[in-house]
Every structure is written in structure tokens, then in C-alpha cells.
Ligand binder design. Structure first.
Ligand code: NIG
Ligand code: FE
Length: 413
């Protein structure tokens, strides 16, 4: 990734999201010195003029807010087809689980995704990625899980990686082969899990196409034993694990994820205190997905008060997918996390920066504005950080900086 020449961001009012800091700790206009793609140092004061040596690029933030680049740590960005008709069906009262049991839902996206080639998947994903970029995203996690054969899962992961060639964005990929039981394995879930563990995971590791493995641990996904087998295989191959857990019911998938030192347990509407205690004994992040909660008209909220009580880091992500969260806008998810789950705007911002970075295993290098961290930043034309969670649908991004380079306006779409 191109690092560009040394860069100074002058007149930046910094919202650093440094861990341990309470409140926004909004700085006075300051200068962020960037070198080799990293934040080199931060100097307080507005005395910096555009008078640097020629090889130092200067960007004047004009007193605007600067936050860490937003991180969307849970998406299903790569897919083909639409589920608009399933949406209509659900609005008429047919539950999501029922549609899945009838062979619709995830499996209808699997059929469409299998029919598309890698380049088509890239083309279909770009407008969604542009939506995320417009909302200030600089890093995105993308899962497979609509292929469910070795070749189709590989096709999805390769398409996800290709996106970095078309946009200024960092992509992290997750293998989600255990997302649903494919039709050719109907009635034979354990044989499919064998195939995931013995064929798909080793090949994906060999091709270095994913850094973590996810499982949909649910009655319409895979049970706790099957989930553990996948976690075991992933761990044996040196991959990190994470889970879609406690979304529609409680199967204790979160505690299992924590036991495997998972990166994150995601959804967690049905999580109980036992599961939260397991999180407290681990480094696993709790990822909240308010878009899916809203779109499925779920009424059971994740246990936010208890998560706060046990000091569990909470990330917020879009879950961008065709079935349960067709929303390509991360600040909109911050808004929903506040209005639907009761997060404060500060918690929501931490959820898409510091804690989202931790959920990707990048907590020591991204998601905060401090020395030696990656220089992934957003300059916002707002005057207070709460505005990021507040008004939506207005382009608030003045500029994005990725790996120490100001993205071209075209790349800010
Ligand atoms: O995160 N819960 C499972 N997976 C996705 C939904 C996928 C789909 O319905 O296509 C989710 O909500
Ligand atoms: Fe998901």
C-alpha cells in the first residue's frame, strides 16, 4: 500500500479515542505529523503554517474534527442478487427463520452468488463499499459465506481482496463457510462441517485468503458442537475465530467464542450474564449490529447495561448484507446504536474506532490517534463528535487519510 511523502495535518481538532481516556478529550487545533504511513507525533497549537519543506505535504484541516478512520468490523459486502421480495414477505408476517427453513434467506443469496463470477461480484460490491467510504470508513472486514463450496468461497474472498485495487480502503477477510447448510448437504450437517474443516479451511490458509473464521451458531445455522469443531480446525491452522452468536436465541456460542480467545462475538441480543462473564475473562469484543436488529424488527435488545457493568469493549458494525442489514452507512449504525440500544454517541464512536480495531485484532495499530499507529484518519466538517451519531444522510466527510496519504477526492466518492 502506497505510503506517500511525509504529511502534516495542521489545525486539526483531534478526537483521539485513546484507550483509558474518558470523554472525547477534544484537542485544541493541533498538528499531526505523519511519516511512512504512521502517526509520528502530535504537536499542540495552531501556529503551524503552510511553510514546510517541499517534500512535506501539508493539509489544513481548518479547525475541523479529526478522528481515527472508521472501521466496519463485520460485513457481508460481497454477494449477488437482491432479497427485496423476501423483505416484502417478512413485512407480511413471515419470520426470517421460517423463510430460511423454506430454503430462502441466506440460501437464495448463495444461489445468486454461485452464479456470478469474481469480477461481477467486485462490480456489485463497489457501490456498497462507496456507501461505507462516504460515511468515513477506512477499514472494512468482509466475510465469505454465500458460496459454501471451496471454489465459491475462494471466489468471494478473492473478490473482497480485489476491492483494495479499486478504492482507498483496507480489507480484512473472514471465512464464513459455516454460514448455512448448502442444499447438496441437506440432512448431513456434520458431513458439511467435515468438508469445512478438512477441505475449505486448509485450502484458504494455503492461499492466505482469510485471517479469521466465523460461524453462524444458531438453530438455522450450526449447533454448538459443530461450531466448536470449526473453531478447533481454525485454531489448529493458526486462524483467529469469531462468531455470529446469540442473534435469535441463546446457544452459548458467545462463551465458546470467548473460550477460543475469539476476536469478537457478534449480534448477542440473547446473550445472558454467564456469557458476559465469559467475555469478561477473555479479550473478545462484543460487536453490536443494530442494522440487523432494526431490519428484523427484533425486540430483544443486547444487554448493554451488563456489558457496561463488566467493562466489555463494545464495537458497532454495519453487518451489511442482503437479508438482515442492507445498509451501507456506518454513521447510520452509530445513530441506531444510540437510538435503539442506548449507547452514548461517545460509545458509538469508540465502537467504530478503538473497539472495532480490537475486534479485527488490530487494536495495537489502528483505531486511535497516537504515535506509531497507522495514519488512517477522517477529517469531518462537523463541530462536535456527537454530530457523527446525530444527523444522517449529509456528507460529513471532508477528507480521508489512508496509510498516511490524503485520498483523492474521487476516492472519497
Ligand atoms: O449477520 N446471521 C447470519 N448472517 C447474516 C445474515 C445473512 C443473510 O440473511 O443473508 C447476519 O445477520
Ligand atoms: Fe453477519
Amino acid at each position: 500500500m502506497d505510503k506517500g511523502s511525509p504529511l502534516k495535518l495542521i489545525n486539526a481538532r483531534i478526537v483521539s479515542m485513546i484507550s483509558g481516556d474518558d470523554g472525547y478529550a477534544l484537542s485544541q487545533p493541533s498538528c499531526i505529523h505523519i511519516q511512512d504511513g504512521k502517526i509520528h507525533s502530535i504537536q499542540a497549537g495552531s501556529q503551524f503554517e503552510n511553510n514546510s519543506a517541499d517534500d512535506v505535504e501539508v493539509y489544513d484541516c481548518q479547525g475541523n474534527l479529526v478522528t481515527p478512520g472508521l472501521i466496519d468490523c463485520h460485513t457481508h459486502l460481497i454477494y449477488a442478487g437482491s432479497r427485496a421480495q423476501e423483505f416484502e414477505k417478512r413485512l407480511k408476517g413471515v419470520p426470517y427463520q421460517e423463510i430460511a427453513k423454506q430454503g430462502g434467506g441466506i440460501l437464495s443469496t448463495v444461489a445468486a452468488t454461485r452464479s456470478a463470477c469474481e469480477d461481477e461480484l467486485v462490480e456489485l460490491a463497489l457501490p456498497r463499499l462507496d456507501g461505507l467510504i462516504r460515511s468515513g470508513v477506512t477499514s472494512v472486514e468482509i466475510k465469505s459465506g454465500y458460496g459454501l463450496t471451496l471454489d465459491d468461497e475462494i471466489k468471494m474472498l478473492k473478490a473482497a481482496h480485489q476491492l483494495e485495487q479499486y478504492r482507498d480502503i483496507r480489507v480484512t477477510t473472514t471465512l464464513l463457510a459455516a454460514h448455512a447448510l448448502p442444499p447438496e448437504f441437506a440432512g448431513k450437517p456434520n458431513q458439511y462441517i467435515d468438508y469445512v474443516c478438512d477441505v475449505i479451511i486448509p485450502k484458504v490458509v494455503e492461499l492466505e485468503l482469510a485471517t479469521s473464521v466465523d460461524v453462524f451458531c444458531e438453530s438455522i445455522g450450526f449447533d454448538i458442537e459443530q461450531t466448536e469443531r470449526v473453531f478447533q480446525a481454525a485454531t489448529n491452522h493458526g486462524l483467529k475465530v469469531k462468531g455470529h452468536t446469540e442473534q435469535l436465541s441463546n446457544l452459548d456460542g458467545t462463551a465458546l467464542t470467548a473460550r477460543y480467545n475469539g476476536l469478537s462475538a457478534d449480534h448477542i441480543e440473547y446473550l445472558n450474564e454467564e456469557g458476559i462473564k465469559a467475555l469478561a475473562d477473555s479479550e473478545t469484543v462484543a460487536t453490536l449490529l443494530p442494522g440487523a436488529f432494526y431490519f428484523l424488527k427484533e425486540t430483544k435488545k443486547p444487554p448493554i447495561e451488563l456489558l457496561r457493568h463488566y467493562k466489555i469493549p463494545m464495537a458497532v458494525a454495519s453487518d451489511l448484507n442482503p437479508g438482515t442489514s442492507p445498509f451501507a452507512d456506518l454513521t447510520m449504525m452509530m445513530n441506531m446504536a444510540c437510538t435503539l440500544f442506548g449507547l452514548t454517541p461517545e460509545e458509538a464512536l469508540r465502537g467504530v474506532t478503538q473497539h472495532a480495531a480490537k475486534a479485527l485484532g488490530e487494536g495495537d495499530s489502528r483505531g486511535q490517534i497516537k504515535s506509531d499507529f497507522d495514519a488512517d484518519l477522517v477529517v469531518w466538517n462537523v463541530s462536535h463528535p456527537a454530530e457523527l451519531s446525530y444527523a444522517q444522510g449529509i456528507n460529513k466527510v471532508e477528507a480521508r487519510v489512508l496509510n498516511g496519504k490524503v485520498c483523492s477526492p474521487a476516492a472519497n466518492v
